[in-house]
Design a protein around this ligand. Structure first.
Ligand code: 5RP
Length: 230
């Protein structure tokens, strides 16, 4: 990617982040996603908190939590919450039906818990993330280590070619102590059916197909904001 493309993409991420932050109100419990786009949102939220906005937050990853804490945002234990007022997260792909692929940053399990708890789940993206059909981006699945071979075999039965995710040559371990398989199903004709099939696999703890979990996608395209609502 050209440097100018990168700058353009970052400008779009920041614009989408600023737009999403407008929906956060005093007293909200805010779910924080993970990734480069969400990082812009957490930094913007930090500025609002410094200016007096009173919120608490729950984080989908250690890195988002550390950033939020460094900006003075109070972090709650996700496991104690029965609802979240608003969450802000990124996506690897989205369709205008508000279905997503997430998990490029490896935080999909906690991100899905946050999305499931959220009354208002907002996804922020640059223009590169919009697709007609999900699946050009592989579907990440978080796997309990002892189920690795079993899950990999089940993915093959569903038509997926899985690759165990590595980072700097080592098998990646998630914040939850698990592995990630990136599964290539090609372009996905029926994401709801695939999500249901993946949900049946023992040892597959979460997958990156987010179906029916999103309230709104805020996409920045150049200097324009385009919103997709439920
Ligand atoms: C992390 C995610 C991210 O939201 C997704 O990968 C998009 O990341 P970025 O904002 O860096 O493009 O799902 O698990």
């Amino acid at each position: 990617m050209e440097v100018t493309d990168q700058n353009q993409q970052d400008a779009e991420k920041l614009l989408a982040a600023k737009e999403a932050i407008k929906f956060v109100k005093d007293g909200d419990v805010v779910g924080l996603g993970t990734g480069t786009t969400t990082t812009f949102a957490i930094k913007e939220l930090g500025k609002k908190v410094a200016a007096g906005l009173k919120i608490t937050a729950a984080s989908s990853s250690v890195r988002s939590e550390e950033l939020a804490k460094s900006l003075g945002i109070q972090i709650l234990d996700l496991g104690t919450l029965s609802s979240i007022d608003i969450s802000i997260d990124g996506a690897d792909e989205f369709t205008d039906t508000l279905n997503l692929i997430k998990g490029g940053g490896g935080a999909l399990f906690r991100e899905k818990i946050i999305a499931s708890l959220s009354k208002n789940s907002i996804i922020i993206t640059d223009a590169s993330k919009q697709v007609e059909k999900l699946g050009a981006f592989t579907v990440p699945v978080e796997v309990f280590p002892l189920a690795l071979r079993y899950v990999a075999d089940q993915l093959i039965k569903l038509g997926g070619k899985g690759i165990l995710r590595k980072k700097e040559g080592e098998v990646l371990i998630t914040d939850n102590g698990n592995y990630i398989i990136d599964a290539d199903f090609g372009l996905i004709d029926d994401p709801e059916k695939l999500a249901t099939d993946l949900n049946q696999i023992t040892g597959l703890l979460a997958h990156g197909l987010f179906i029916g979990l999103t309230s709104k996608v805020i996409m920045a395209k150049g200097s324009e904001i385009v919103s997709f609502d439920k």
